[in-house]
Write a protein that binds this ligand. Structure first.
Ligand code: 0A1
Ligand code: ZN
Length: 880
């Protein structure tokens, strides 16, 4: 385990490497416990670097077997080798030389899942961000690009498939049951994009003809017997390839494109050049085992990794501070892809819900950092919602600010200019400035300044002179190490909605810069006066979520109801309803805390019924409209001194009011909206989503498990089955129907780990104090494994992030169980442990008793002496 050195990496310390590595030849002699890696590295001294300058290469837990320089052994006095570094003290004075480094690895004991490891009998690598240095000594940094040739040798019986990056060159037999394959990748790449996979797989094969007529062989490698479950991923891959050609003019560049699904993986997937490696959860799907959400994730992640081929691989990052250069842009691309494949407004709402649930708490808590950070202690902890999701929002805003055409020109220019290079955010912004002739220096603060900006808005209508005046004031709350913030350029999309629901066009607009329905807020205070507005309009703000910010505005409830029913922007309709629901819950929260009864606004309750039956709206939208803000959404809005039990009760109260007042309608609609035969497309999924929200309301109003039990028994797809099981387990814990369904599910899927994850998730998220005991006993379930990231996330990750009443139990027992598990996971896999630990980041917003209990476990973890750099970095930042 890599221990903390206390070193802080700073962006201003960037220096190019002294040497380049134009060519890398690797040979892997694979053996489960003693793999030999021979790296022939061709070095070239960079111009201007003095001859003989020591060559310093990165390593991590490496064991050196042999070292040769230009074919001759290096004298012991000529180098220094430790597990984490190799220094060639006096390299040759010649401009070029070849270093041969031989290392020995033990993949079967590598439980970190970084570098070369064994998973279920498969050899697999993960190199991003700093895993290559666990394979051989190298310049393991993204700005050193090399052309790789890789030879893999392994037992034919256990590893008939041998894969690496680029195109296959050669394969053959070696006798004694061994065989080999050689791969060559003509595109220079950084070490983090290197991959090797060897094992025994089923392969789903297909092919794709690019726009310019080249044939690409496609392969998805999965565990034996699971080939049929890769069909949807293959379909998504081909649609991604077409889409990137049509929308961005970007074609695939190798003869083969392979995907491998593995069951032990730290993240979602990895974009290694020509050889994407996936967490099997994001490849395998069929109607019997995967939910609609799984299908949507698979489509998005397959696309994301494929899109990296240009945005990430052909153009990579100069250093890890630039991570958002590839990630923010690629998330933006996968969002656009899904929006085109599915329903744009529904997709947008889902994106915003994710951003608010994952990124807002990061930005508003101790882990806040800019989209392009300037400091890190452990880079693996910066694969965050800020870099990814907010990074994507920033790219989206560039499009809003420049307009679609200039944006497209800018992106094209960026790609042409930097193809084959390792670039920076400054390069990216410059391409858009050059293509649009606009100055983006103020806008660039979105990359450099952490925190979620707020716009406080007031609106006044003056009937006498037919004006509508909007006053806007921006502020950015302080974040750790950035107490003073600069003023940002915030594109605020808006509309003035008239009585007939149509947008009103003002005769004249006075004040701030307003273009195409967007107010460009650049100063602290703006006032915009709309002339020729005889009647007070409803003000629709942040349409389409034009900027990742919060809004403070006293809206009249009747205006919000009006917008929920009439806004031409569907996102804004959903938002208006969501604001009403959040406000109603918070009012109830204040009342529940004070033990008072609350009556909800009948207008709001009726609107929910109306939305449910409005056939002009697609079912997926209606499902989202009927979904209440989550407990953590509500807690975030409350902000401080949070009592999760009271939040839960307040939310339940509102749900019950909606359910009871609309019970008959919901029952009728539930009967009507059968999606029919299973198809994974968005329209069918939307029908199932609507029906399952209705089922939840029906179960609540009837207070009977019968509806859910019936659906559980008759469901022919996992979406409907898992939804019914969730309702049974969450709403009727301890009832015989719930226990029977859980037992039935367990029995049916014992041998399917990905489905068992759902079973763990459903139980880990069952509200109430008892969840701690349930989760504790599930840690001993035979299907659980502390070494598998998917199992750990399904059980402990779900408990800590989705179970507000269980995790935050007021005696602190949830935190203690959590901390023990985090430390247990850390022994094997520090990265996964660190990510898990972020669940405690919002501890300061809790009420005092829980705050103290949470603080105690954080202090307990941080006081351990042998902590990994990953976990120490997170825990100390959370406590600071
Ligand atoms: N680049 C990948 C994310 C990723 C990052 C780190 C990993 O290993 C620790 C794996 C994957 C992506 O954006 O999909
Ligand atoms: Zn990515």
């Amino acid at each position: 385990m890599r221990q903390d050195t206390g070193q802080i990496f700073k962006i201003e310390d960037y220096q190019p490497s002294d040497y380049l590595i134009p060519e890398t030849k690797l040979t892997f002699e694979l053996q489960p416990e003693a793999t030999i890696v021979t790296a022939q590295l061709q070095f070239e001294r960079r111009k201007g670097v003095e001859a003989g300058t020591p060559l310093v290469l990165d390593g991590d837990e490496l064991s050196l077997v042999r070292l040769e320089l230009d074919g001759r052994p290096v004298d012991a006095s000529g180098y220094q080798a430790s597990p984490q570094q190799l220094i060639l003290t006096a390299p040759p004075a010649s401009a070029r030389f070849t270093l041969t480094v031989v290392t020995q690895l033990d993949p079967s004991r590598n439980s970190t899942l970084m570098g070369l490891y064994r998973s279920n009998g498969v050899y697999c690598t993960q190199c991003e961000p700093e895993g290559f240095r666990r394979i051989t000594y190298f310049y393991d940094r993204p700005d050193v690009l090399s052309v790789y040739t890789v030879r893999i040798e392994a037992d034919r019986a256990t590893a008939p498939t041998l894969l690496s990056n680029g195109n296959p060159v050669e394969q053959g037999d070696l006798g004694s049951g061994r065989h080999y394959a050689v791969w060559h990748d003509p595109f220079p790449k950084p070490s983090y994009l290197f991959a090797v996979v060897a094992g025994d797989f089923d392969v789903l094969e297909d092919s794709f003809i690019t726009a310019s007529g080249r044939k690409v062989e496609l392969g998805i490698y999965v565990e034996h017997g699971k080939k049929a479950r890769a069909a949807y991923a293959m379909d998504a891959l081909k649609r991604s390839m077409v889409w990137d050609e049509e929308v961005f003019g970007l074609e695939y560049d190798l003869d083969v494109f392979n995907i491998v699904a593995v069951s032990d993986f730290n993240m979602g997937a990895m974009e290694n050049k020509g050889l994407n490696v996936f967490n099997d959860k994001y490849i395998l799907a069929d109607e019997a085992t995967a939910t609609d959400a799984d299908f949507a994730n698979i489509e998005a992640i397959v696309a994301h990794e494929y899109f990296h081929n240009w945005t990430g691989n052909r153009i990579t990052c100069r250093d890890w501070f630039q991570l958002c250069l590839k990630e923010g842009l690629t998330v933006f691309r996968d969002h656009e892809f899904s929006a085109d494949q599915r329903s744009r407004p529904v997709k947008r709402i889902a994106e915003v819900r994710t951003l608010r649930a994952m990124q807002f708490p990061e930005d508003q808590g101790p882990l806040a950092h800019p989209v392009r950070p300037r400091r890190y202690r452990e880079i693996a902890n910066f694969y965050t919602a800020t870099v990814y999701e907010k990074g994507s929002e920033v790219v989206r805003m560039i499009r809003t600010v420049l307009g679609a055409e200039a944006f497209a020109r800018g992106l094209k220019l960026y790609i042409e200019r930097h193809d084959g290079e390792a670039a920076t955010i400054e390069d990216f912004i410059r391409a858009f400035e050059d293509a649009s002739e606009q100055d983006l220096s103020q806008f660039a603060l979105w990359y450099h300044q952490a925190g979620t900006p707020n716009l406080a808005v007031t609106a006044t209508h003056n009937a006498a002179d037919a004006t509508f005046r909007v006053e806007i004031e921006q502020s950015v709350p302080p974040t750790p190490s950035e107490s003073r913030k600069r003023l940002m350029h915030i594109p605020l999309a808006f509309g003035l909605v008239g009585e007939d629901g149509q947008d009103i066009v003002a005769a004249q607009i006075e004040g701030a810069q307003v273009e195409n329905g967007v107010i460009h807020v650049r100063k602290r205070k703006h006032s915009v006066v709309f002339h020729g507005i005889p009647k007070r309009p409803a003000l629709s703000l942040n349409r389409g979520f034009s900027a990742p910010m919060t809004l403070s505005m006293e809206q009249r409830p009747e205006d919000l109801v009006f917008l929920a029913r009439n806004d031409s922007d569907l996102f804004a309709r959903w938002q208006a309803l969501n604001t009403l629901l959040t406000d109603a819950t918070i009012r109830a929260y204040r009342a529940v805390s004070g033990q008072a009864n609350v009556a909800h606004d009948p207008n709001l309750i009726a609107t929910m019924g109306e939305m449910a039956r409005d056939d002009s709206l697609e079912p997926a939208f209606r499902a989202l409209a009927l979904t209440l803000p989550s407990e953590s959404d509500i807690a975030r809005e409350i902000g401080a001194n949070i009592n999760p039990d009271a939040v839960f009760m307040a939310r339940e109260g509102l749900a019950k009011a909606i359910a009871c007042a609309n019970a008959d309608q919901f029952a009728t609609l539930y009967g009507i909206h059968d999606a029919g035969e299973f198809r994974p497309d968005a329209a069918s999924a939307g029908k199932r989503a609507l029906r399952n929200v209705l089922l939840d309301y029906l179960s609540l109003s009837s207070d009977q498990p019968t509806y859910a039990a019936a659906q559980f028994a008759s469901a022919t797809n996992m979406t409907d089955k898992a939804a019914a099981l969730t309702i049974l387990a969450h709403r009727f814990p301890g009832h015989v129907e719930a226990s029977a369904a859980l037992a039935r599910f367990e029995d049916t899927y014992t041998n399917d780990p990905l489905v068992m994850d759902k079973w763990f998730q459903i139980q880990a998220s069952t509200p109430g104090a008892n969840a701690v005991e349930v989760v504790r006993s599930l840690l001993d379930h035979p299907a659980f494994s502390i070494g598998n990231p998917n199992r750990v996330r399904a059980l402990m990750g779900t408990f800590a992030t989705l179970n507000q009443t269980g995790f935050h139990r007021d005696d602190g027992e949830g935190y203690r169980l959590f901390a023990t598990t985090v430390l247990e996971v850390e022994k094997r896999n520090p990265q996964v442990a660190a990510r898990l630990a972020t669940a405690l980041r919002s501890w300061r917003s809790l009420e005092p008793k829980r705050q103290e209990a949470a603080r105690q476990v954080l202090v307990m973890i941080s006081s351990r002496e042998d902590l990994s750099s990953d976990l120490r970095d997170i825990v100390e930042r959370i406590l600071s």
